[in-house]
Write a new protein. Sequence first.
Length: 121
Amino acid sequence: MREEEVRRFKERADAFLDTAVYNFEKGRYDLAAFNIEQAVQLYVRTKLLELLGEFPRTHSLVTLLRELSRVFKEEEVERFVKENIGMLTKSSRYYTREFYEEEVKELMEFAHKVRRLLEYD
């Protein structure tokens, strides 16, 4: 059962990232940023689910990654958090601010860094 759930979570994360690309190409940068944030959260939750069978109920990427560091690539994940704290705390969830093309490109690259860290690339 858990393998199926993990597979579905990862597929959903991939779908959010695909939707981010679509929204980016349409110039909908705020929606692209939101989709990227959702994708990254789901990727981290997927890895936690895969390793622990559960994950904290939070939207904080820092909290999710710190939890992950307890069971997966401890030093590498902690270093990733320190080096990327600005990206990890840049939330599109509760803001109706304008996002810019370059900013969303940066967020997209960040999402791919997270995928590589989690060994999903």
